[in-house]
Ligand binder design. Structure first.
Ligand code: BJW
Length: 260
């Protein structure tokens, strides 16, 4: 076990059961949410320090808000980019990236837009809610601009609206409330959890749909579903196992229980 010190409220027999289920699994899916990146320093949405405590979602994360006041919405996303540029994958992201090699199929389905799974080295990633480092044209969805976290943030904190080469205003390529998720991504995510022998549900409050319906879909299809979260969620009671602790500690600990 590479994480000998493990300050978790979760019990050892549950850890062992989860490790056994993984040892027998061929196909694994991991659904991640904002808690996955909390130990990297990215704020969650709904916790005590969550983003929604400071900003009202309907003022910023909706197409209506963008239509009404694109400057303020861009200011918020540029501020979040500057925060996300300064962070790095944490031990939880890195453990998932290493675990991928052990299974014939291992898919990370993430609600996060920070790109940290890719930076950690995970390869099979479905980004359900988009990616903050991409701009998308409001006139043509195929016109995309991809930024690197280490490049200067265009326009500064309250700069001009970014424009596409076609002249239209760009928007962050993320999914706001009331917007449909990419149907191809959604289908791939549903397929991944339906095929999985084990599904890990990590660091999500499980209140935002359709992502929150994936654990139920997995259980219906016969998967062993495990929640990793320091707090209870509306789905906790429907889990096969619950590991109460931060993902940056729990995931390396699980990995340490698997044979080399
Ligand atoms: C730790 C930790 C540590 C802390 N380790 N853990 C069915 C029922 C009810 C409502 C709906 C429904 N279907 C659709 C809706 C409406 C809506 C919705 O779900 N509303 C609910 C809030 C009620 N859904 C939508 O609008 C979706 N669209 C849709 O359904 O379209 C239908 C449609 C079809 C056809 C045409 C048109 C429309 C879109 C949802 C988009 C969500 N977007 C956001 C913003 C993304 C961009 C951005 O970041 O700016 O996505 S909202 C926000 O919530 C973000 C997140 O991805 C998402 C989920 O949050 P998450 O990740 O769970 O974070 P938190 O903060 O809530 O939880 C963190 C957790 O971590 C906590 O549990 C902590 O305890 C834990 N934690 N530290 C492990 N160290």
């Amino acid at each position: 076990m590479n994480a000998a010190y493990c300050p978790m409220t979760t019990d050892e027999p549950t850890m062992q059961r989860v490790a056994r289920a993984l040892a027998l699994a061929r196909t694994v899916a991991v659904l991640t949410g904002a808690g996955m990146s909390a130990e990297s320093g990215v704020p969650t949405f709904r916790g005590t320090d969550g983003l929604w405590r400071t900003f009202r979602p309907e003022q910023l994360a909706t197409p209506e808000a963008f239509a009404r006041d694109p400057g303020t919405v861009w200011e918020w996303y540029r501020w979040r980019r500057s925060r996300m540029a300064a962070v790095a994958p944490n031990p939880g992201h890195l453990a998932l990236a290493r675990l991928e090699a052990r299974f014939s199929e291992f898919t990370v389905v993430t609600q996060n837009i920070d790109g940290l799974h890719a930076r950690a080295g995970s390869r099979e990633i479905i980004e359900l809610h988009g990616n903050i480092w991409r701009d998308r044209c409001t006139a043509n969805v195929n016109h995309l601009v991809v930024h690197r976290p280490d490049e200067p943030i265009a326009g500064g904190a309250s700069g001009a609206l970014p424009r596409c080469h076609c002249g239209a205003v760009m928007r962050p390529d993320v999914v706001w409330f009331g917007e449909a998720l990419d149907p191809v991504n959604t289908q791939r995510a549903c397929d991944a959890v339906r095929r999985a022998d084990v599904v890990l549900v990590v660091g999500t409050s499980s209140v935002v749909y359709p992502a929150a319906s994936l654990p139920g879909l997995a259980r219906q299809a016969g998967a062993y579903v495990v929640e990793i979260n320091p707090e209870e969620t509306p789905l906790s009671r429907e889990m096969d196992a619950v590991l109460r602790g931060p993902s940056g500690v729990v995931l390396p600990s699980i990995e340490g229980l698997l044979s080399p």
